[in-house]
Design a binder for this molecule. Structure first.
Ligand code: ZN
Length: 136
């Protein structure tokens, strides 16, 4: 697979509204978008740090995987996302062939107009890893 950059870093938070003042007023970053991703049961907020984004993730339901994460570990870094230049489907196939445990066997729609797929942290040095590409 061909990775061009870290696309974003996902951060699990209890409440976007409560943590935004830290990111905006202390760090001086600007939130440029919020979006609810229904099938993942999360509300997201995006801030840019140069070419890299921060993706704040707030659960919209107790069944959200983010809710489970917060319950277990509290707020903090949740995942790292790489921008794939030669196709997420291709990257999944390569990871699968290399014996990496997949969370998604095919690309699906993520936030901020991206196609995404996750690799399991048990196979990726403990880091929940997202592969993403802009939707065509
Ligand atoms: Zn993400």
């Amino acid at each position: 697979m061909k990775i061009s950059q870290i696309e974003h870093i996902g951060i699990a938070v209890e409440s976007i509204e409560k943590v935004l003042p830290y990111f905006e007023n202390v760090l001086g970053l600007k939130c440029y978008k919020t979006e609810v991703v229904e099938d993942q049961k999360v509300k997201t907020a995006f801030l840019k740090v140069g070419e890299v984004k921060l993706e704040l993730l707030e659960p919209t339901s107790p069944e959200s995987t983010i809710a489970a994460y917060l319950e277990k570990r509290g707020q903090g870094m949740h995942h790292m996302a790489f921008r794939i230049e030669d196709g997420v489907a291709n990257a999944i196939a390569e990871a699968d062939a290399a014996g990496i445990r997949l969370i998604d066997k095919a690309p699906r729609k993520g936030a901020d107009s991206m196609n995404i797929a996750f690799l399991h942290p048990k196979s990726t040095v403990g880091i929940l890893t997202e592969l993403c590409e802009p939707q065509a």
